[in-house]
Design a protein around this ligand. Structure first.
Ligand code: FAD
Length: 370
């Protein structure tokens, strides 16, 4: 048997005709035929190779349990089985049970859990704040690791080494208060540092990649690797990590910021603009679609122009405030949300000949063997 790990998800859902009209004119999801798109998020693991944690590499303070049996039994005691609802981990509030669940707050727990998964060929998924994920109503048939590695270290003025589970919005505010520029946009982005690097989160002309100095990651072989900025590539809501075959998890990130005078004001202005233009306080995953490049219009403007603002399918709605934000306003299922996403894609394609691509990541119930 091969085991797998969860990584990036392409944006081509398989549903051809996702909606049907109901008597009051709104649309309902045809859930029985709904399936999540297949994708290349599964990686074969070499279960025979041993894990090696290189202490001389920069994660210098990871306490490591030498006794494998002790480590396994520690994990056994902590793991929840069939008890954690993914909707509790999702800003959309959508998703069923996962088979295994562990909240990790120390790097050694993360490493031990990855080793546990490998030894048992269990697919696993790292979840930060779940603010960019659409989980399946049937849950996830694998191990969910909730990342709460929230260590924070100021190495020198403006240089911060931060655990990948540290809240990204808190980091943005903290750096701005300390007078360092580069992460002002992060205030208001409800993800973790790891999620922000993985997604290359950005707003208002700033993006995470601009201020990354290095990233510490764990490979599928359990090795800790330190990547310098020049070892990594980033694009619009894209990072090397989304295609890295041997990534298990981003563990820590070092940011290098520059001193500036008006950082706090700028950070507040970002937040204020967000409050005015986005449906704050409603259940969303931020922008559902990437902005198409080179057409001078955002995805939200296209959706609005197509007359789809306010469209509802089941408990899911295109926000009336910002058309690229889709809201779980009344117990939306993943089937409702996926049907809404596909309906909007189809309409925009029909009207403008533009194929919108998802920014959000689908997490299917079952992983696919390759
Ligand atoms: C109200 C709202 C506003 C938003 N505004 C913005 C915005 O302005 N700009 C923007 O870019 N985004 C925005 N987002 C989207 C989202 O917050 C970002 O994409 C964020 O970076 C996701 O972080 P997360 O920790 O929630 O990731 P998750 O949703 O938990 O995970 C996203 C992906 O990253 C992977 N991942 C997460 N952590 C790790 C790790 N440590 N190692 C390896 N892989 C990992 C997951 O496996 C998954 O594939 C917004 C979302 C909301 C709800």
């Amino acid at each position: 048997m091969r085991s797998m790990a969860l990584f990036s998800i392409p944006s081509s859902p398989l549903i051809s005709s996702p909606t049907q009209a109901n008597p009051n004119g709104s649309l309902r999801a045809k859930s029985p035929s709904l399936s999540f798109p297949h994708h290349q998020l599964l990686l074969p693991l070499n279960t025979t190779s041993t894990l090696s944690i290189k202490e001389e590499l920069s994660l210098n303070s990871i306490p490591w349990v030498d006794d494998r049996q002790e480590e396994q039994s520690l994990i056994e005691q902590c793991v929840l089985r069939d008890q954690k609802h993914l909707k509790e981990l999702s800003s959309w509030g959508i998703g069923g049970l996962c088979s295994y669940f562990l909240r990790v707050s120390q790097p050694y727990q993360l490493l031990a859990a990855i080793r546990y998964c490998r030894a048992r060929s269990i697919p696993f998924l790292i979840v930060g704040k779940g603010s960019n994920c659409l989980f399946d109503d049937r849950g996830f048939d694998g191990f969910v690791l909730l990342n709460r590695l929230d260590q924070f270290q100021a190495i020198e003025p403006g240089v911060y080494r931060v655990g990948s589970g540290y809240p990204f919005n808190r980091l943005g505010v903290r750096c701005s208060i300390e007078g360092f520029s580069g992460l002002e946009f992060a205030g208001g982005i409800p993800g973790t540092v790891g999620g922000a690097v993985f997604m290359n989160a950005g707003a208002g002309g700033q993006e995470t990649a601009d201020v990354i100095d290095s990233v510490e990651m764990v490979t599928m072989d359990g090795e800790i690797r330190v990547l310098r900025r020049s070892d990594m590539a980033f694009g619009y809501r894209w990072s090397t990590f989304q295609q890295m075959k041997d990534l298990a998890a981003i563990v820590a990130v070092t940011f290098r910021l520059v001193p500036a005078e008006t950082t706090r004001e700028r950070q507040r202005a970002f937040l204020e603009r967000r409050r005015k233009t986005q449906p704050i306080g409603e259940r969303s995953a931020g922008s559902v679609f990437r902005n198409p490049l080179g057409i001078g219009m955002s995805a939200g403007e296209l959706i609005e122009l197509a007359g789809l603002k306010g469209l509802e399918i089941g408990g899911a709605r295109v926000s009336k405030v910002h058309a690229n934000f889709f809201i779980n306003f009344d117990g939306s299922t993943s089937a409702d949300m996926l049907a809404l996403i596909n309906h909007v894609k189809e309409r925009v394609d029909q009207m403008f000949g533009i194929e919108l691509k998802e920014e959000i990541k689908y997490v299917p119930h079952r992983t696919q063997t390759i």
